[in-house]
Design a protein around this ligand. Structure first.
Ligand code: AMP
Length: 554
């Protein structure tokens, strides 16, 4: 099946998708369209965002919905508001010529009363996020007792975002007879568990898995010290003119820091992370989609709902722990037949991590060196010509009388002058700066070949602490390991404050002993009597956006 016209999709659907330029089904659509149209078994489809998942389930189902009935027949559950809106929008486009089919999107962060009003129109399709769907079930505004299809989209994300109980509650509201279609980018343990409990002998489909990495993405890595990361990032951006880029960071704080750095340096950039309100996130995504900004700095979770096809670059400012996340991030470029570049900034001590990503993903990632100032200027000049020569239309009426007498100059001299003028600031910046020195992977990292790194780091830092100050054991005190350290901007006063806040219920003040803040984690001592209260109160709390975890130190 190479063309949609060879499928059993109805003429109304073919007309709608023809209008938006879909000709051939994507890999997943080739497999799901005939399956869903003819089989009643449950389905597990392993597919990532960007593979055409939404059309893969909605096109065959749209053709089977009974539009004379006003009961809900299809429920699609997905993890985020953005994805929910995207799916609902796509379904509306695909059902353009099926006027009696109605769909409604229900999601948090928006008026529930407005959504209840829309539900009074009796849609056959609901697309929703789990939390809001439960609220609406509780208000008796939703009834799923007659659905034929339940789609769990990005099931791995929903589970990792803590929606397990909500999903189970919603599933218990649906009939046994429905067909469940589960879409997930990864087959995590939680996905496996939920499939076992709620799907019956599912048929399995897998596309775009980790071993089928896109061929049109070039992967590069640059070894840079932590101190020079932002300067390296600036140089990489400057050496790629006319780019449209997402930069991935690991934490909200890092995301904001990198975005602030870029904005302060005059780049059209902004941050997208979970500390922003929904309205702020919507504004940032809109600006990026409209290309009012061409750099988005984001966390993995926040970038999930963003669907942009024309990214030229993905930059991993920090490496993720999971190779699948690396592949997933990189796969955001190189879409819709375009080429893409994925760039990873690697710290000298991350050699092993890079090796693991390479071996598990089977991606060839080539080492490159941070461009020198003169190379950046050359790339900028090429970028100006590229833009100049691709612009064919006159954007404004040009009066030739405005051009003064230039006969004293040759064409080349004029072009040179214009470029000097255009690139002056950047050229001056790089003229006064030393190029970045080449950085190698640290020896320590190369030599390390056994055991868990974190444990050893912990041991090493701990030993260092011990060398500095021999400690006599105080029987009334208990010593804790705390997962945050200097790099999280943790200070002694913060530790004191955290301890006081977490032990204030009893009305007594805990004695606090030694506090030792190391690079990646810390140790502190408090009176034994407060041990349980502290442990109870500290979990699930955050410090500057990071989860706090403590355990009794050995
Ligand atoms: P999804 O994985 O559903 O987020 O889809 C990714 C992108 O591919 C969306 O922009 C869809 O509109 C587009 N798309 C889906 N199916 C096709 C197709 N068969 N031909 C062309 N574009 C498609």
């Amino acid at each position: 099946m190479n063309l949609f016209t060879e499928t059993d999709l109805s003429p109304e659907i073919l007309k709608a998708i023809g209008e938006i330029g879909y000709e051939s089904p994507t890999e997943i659509q080739k497999q799901t369209i005939p399956f869903i149209s003819t089989d009643i078994r449950d389905l597990i489809a392993l597919a990532q965002t960007g593979t055409g998942k939404t059309a893969a389930f909605s096109l065959p189902i749209l053709g089977m919905i009974d539009d004379s009935s006003r009961k809900i027949q299809l429920l699609v559950l997905c993890p985020t508001r953005e994805l929910c809106l995207q799916i609902a929008k796509d379904i509306k486009i695909y059902s353009k010529y099926l006027p009696n089919i109605k769909s409604v999107a229900v999601y948090g962060g928006s008026s529930i009363n407005d959504q209840i009003k829309q539900l009074r129109e009796k849609p056959q399709i609901i697309v929703g996020t789990p939390g809001r769907v439960i609220d609406l079930i509780n208000r008796k505004a939703l009834d799923f007792s007659n659905i034929h299809w339940l789609v769990l989209d990005e099931a791995d994300e929903m589970l990792s975002m803590g929606f397990k109980d909500d999903l189970e509650t919603i599933i218990s509201e649906t009939p046994e007879t429905k067909q469940t279609l589960l879409f997930s980018a990864t087959m995590s343990k939680e996905v496996e568990r939920i499939s076992k409990n709620y799907l019956t002998k599912p048929h399995r489909i897998s596309v775009g898995s980790i071993n089928e990495v896109k061929k049109n993405i070039k992967h590069e890595y640059y070894v840079v010290s932590y101190r020079q990361k932002k300067e390296a990032l600036k140089r990489l951006i400057d050496s790629n003119p006319n780019h449209y880029t997402i930069i991935f960071c690991r934490t909200r704080m890092e995301t904001q820091e990198v975005a602030d750095f870029l904005m302060q340096n005059g780049y059209a950039a902004d941050a997208l992370h979970g500390d922003l309100s929904q309205a702020q996130r919507d504004t940032v995504m809109k600006k990026f989609r409209l290309k009012n900004i061409n750099i988005l700095v984001a966390t993995d979770v926040a970038a999930r709902g963003l669907d942009v096809d024309s990214l030229t670059h993905v930059i991993h400012f920090s490496l993720p722990d999971d190779p699948e996340v690396f592949v997933h991030r990189s796969g955001r470029t190189g879409r819709a037949g375009r080429d893409g570049v994925s760039i990873a900034l690697i710290k000298p001590e991350e050699g092993r991590k890079l090796k693991m990503i390479k071996s598990q993903s089977k991606i060839e990632i080539v080492e490159k060196f941070i461009p020198k100032g003169e190379d950046i200027i050359k790339a900028q000049v090429a970028g100006v010509f590229e833009q100049l020569l691709s612009q064919h239309e006159d954007v404004f009426e040009f009066d030739n009388a405005l051009i003064p007498d230039l006969s004293a100059f040759t064409k080349e001299e004029l072009v040179k002058q214009l470029l000097q003028f255009q690139l002056k600031d950047m050229a001056l910046y790089y003229k006064d700066r030393n190029d970045l020195a080449e950085v190698k992977f640290s020896k320590e990292d190369r030599d390390r070949d056994r055991g868990g790194r974190r444990d050893r780091d912990r041991g090493r830092d701990r030993d260092r602490g011990r060398d500095r100050k021999p400690r006599r054991k105080n029987e009334n005190m208990v010593r804790f390991f705390f997962n945050l350290g200097k790099r999280d901007q943790l200070k002694k006063v913060d530790v004191l404050d955290i301890i006081n806040q977490s032990t204030k219920k009893s009305g007594k003040k805990a004695d606090i002993g030694d506090i030792e803040i190391l690079e990646k984690f810390s140790f502190f001592e408090i009176e034994k009597n407060f041990k349980d209260e502290l442990m109870r109160n500290i979990s699930n709390k955050k410090f500057k956006g990071r989860e706090m975890r403590i355990e009794v130190a050995n």
